[in-house]
Structures are given as structure tokens and as C-alpha cells.
Write a protein that binds this ligand. Structure first.
Ligand code: DX5
Ligand code: ZN
Length: 216
């Protein structure tokens, strides 16, 4: 059974609580995109918003940090109620240390690779992480087009996972909609993040169902 993680980046922030409630019954995680205007050319939200949405939902908060020096903020996001924090390989010269830091907060740790970053670069930490997030767009904005070349990386991760009995989940993020979701799942994706494909539709339950149906 595939997991769905709506990205609140495309939600209406003036009524965030309602927007989360609207997807809760049909979803598995709430995906929270944190951007700092340095690592990516956009600024979104910080620990304060994570703290304020924490009581709104019982779903795990899947916090995707697109920020420089993420190690400086892991404590704050964990305290705010993140259940899983993912950091970019490209933002962490000391990736192993940052992953251990996340785990030391008693929460799950994920690693993210941009479209141009090879799987090879995260091989040494695959045994340590709970999630690997494969970006299928260049991070920074919702509503971008899916980058097909990322599919081979999903396959590569699936093979590594099977061969080594790793426990991480394979998540994809960017341009996921019914037409692209199938390719991701066929390649080995287990968690699908979707922002605009869910929140730009009036009936969110139907939008999630369309994604689920497309991968059956
Ligand atoms: C992109 C973010 C995504 C974004 C996806 O930088 O990490 O989570 O919200 O949006 P869609 O699904 O519209 O591509
Ligand atoms: Zn994201």
C-alpha cells in the first residue's frame, strides 16, 4: 500500500488547520516544506508553524528541510513536533553527524538528494536512515514539472534496499500527479509527496484517490 504525503506548500495558509483536516483521513503523512532563501530561492515556514499545526493532526509530520546549516535547527524542529526530519545531502558536509543528531532527538531521520545528486553520494548513510527522499524537481517551488531522469535513482535505491535489507522508505517529491505517480511506484517509490496535485483541486479526497488509483 502506497503512502501519500500532501505537501502543505500548496495549501491556503490563511486556513492551514482546515487545509490539513481536509486531507487527514486520506493521507499517511503531512509533508512540511521548510525553505530559507539560501539553499533554495524561496522562503517558507519555520518551527513556529510546525508547533502550531502539531495539535491539528495525529498524522506524522514529515519535515523537509531545504535550508543551509540544518544542524542549527534540528533541535527546534524536533521540539516543535516533527516526527521525521529530512536533510539534503547537498547542505550537509557532515551528513553522518547530522543524521545521528536527528536520531538523538528520538525521531526519524531522512536524507534527500537533488535531481543532479547521485545515489552513490549517500550510500555510506543508507544503513542509518529511515527515509530517502528523491527530488523529482529542483527544490524551491510547488507546481514544477517532473524530471524523468530521477526514476533510475529510485530503481537504484530499491535494489540497494533489497540487497542489503535496509529499512528506509523511498519517498519522491516534485511533480507527482496521477500521470507521474505510476512511474515512481513502478521504479520503487513507497511514499508520494504531492502538493499542487492535491491542493489545487477542490475535492482533495478525490485528488488523493486519483493518485492512489493511478498506481494500482
Ligand atoms: C519542492 C517541495 C515540494 C513541493 C511539491 O521544493 O519540496 O514538496 O511542495 O509540489 P508539487 O507536488 O506541486 O510539485
Ligand atoms: Zn518537499
Amino acid at each position: 500500500m502506497i503512502k501519500i504525503a500532501p505537501s502543505i506548500l500548496s495549501a491556503d495558509f490563511s486556513k492551514l488547520a482546515d487545509e490539513i483536516k481536509d486531507v487527514e483521513a486520506d493521507s499517511d503523512y503531512i509533508h512540511v516544506d521548510v525553505m530559507d532563501g539560501h539553499f533554495v530561492p524561496n522562503i517558507t515556514i519555520g518551527p513556529l508553524i510546525v508547533e502550531s499545526i502539531r495539535p491539528i493532526t495525529t498524522l506524522p509530520l514529515d519535515v523537509h528541510l531545504m535550508i543551509e546549516n540544518p544542524d542549527n535547527y534540528i533541535g527546534q524542529f524536533a521540539k516543535a513536533g516533527a516526527n521525521l526530519i529530512s536533510v539534503h545531502q547537498e547542505a550537509c558536509p557532515h551528513l553522518h553527524r547530522v543524521i545521528q543528531q536527528i536520531k538523538s532527538e528520538g525521531i526519524k531521520a531522512g536524507v534527500v538528494v537533488n535531481p543532479a545528486t547521485p545515489v552513490e553520494s549517500i550510500k555510506p548513510v543508507l544503513q542509518d536512515v529511515d527515509l530517502v527522499l528523491v527530488m523529482t524537481v529542483n527544490p524551491g517551488f510547488g507546481g514544477q514539472s517532473f524530471i524523468d531522469s530521477a526514476l533510475s535513482k529510485i530503481k537504484e535505491l530499491k535494489t540497494l534496499k533489497e540487497n542489503h535489507n535496509y529499512h528506509f522508505e523511498i519517498e519522491v517529491d516534485g511533480g507527482v500527479k496521477p500521470e507521474t505517480a505510476k512511474k515512481c511506484v513502478e521504479a520503487g517509490a513507497e511514499v508520494l509527496v504531492a502538493g499542487s496535485a492535491i491542493y489545487n483541486q477542490e475535492d482533495r479526497s478525490n485528488a488523493i484517490k486519483a493518485i492512489r488509483d493511478s498506481v494500482k
